[in-house]
Ligand binder design. Structure first.
Ligand SMILES: [Zn+2]
Length: 93
């Protein structure tokens, strides 16, 4: 497979900044309406992007940025899963 050098930019649903999509976490909603976190960027479905930090997650939750991206309600456990993942990665006590 050819490697593409061009890096697409995606907008964080929290801070609304355009960033290299590799720096963002993708959240995917599939045809069945199920949400999941996608670190590979390859899952099928509609995606929204967010910076890997809890601040942007809080902003996205407050402003309903994810809901707007998906045009659907985002269950609380999606936010909780994201938060758990982010806190695990930030890894500071
Ligand atoms: Zn952000």
């Amino acid at each position: 497979m050819m490697k593409q050098r061009k890096v697409p930019l995606r907008k964080c649903t929290g801070c609304q900044e355009m960033k290299d999509k590799r720096e963002l976490i993708r959240i995917v909603r599939n045809d069945a309406g199920e949400f999941s976190l996608d670190r590979t960027g390859k899952k099928p479905g509609r995606g929204a992007y967010i910076c890997p930090n809890t601040e942007c997650l809080a902003k996205a939750q407050k402003s309903k940025g994810l809901e707007r991206s998906f045009k659907a309600p985002v269950p609380k456990d999606v936010y909780e899963a994201l938060l758990a993942q982010l806190e695990g990665e930030e890894n500071h006590a």
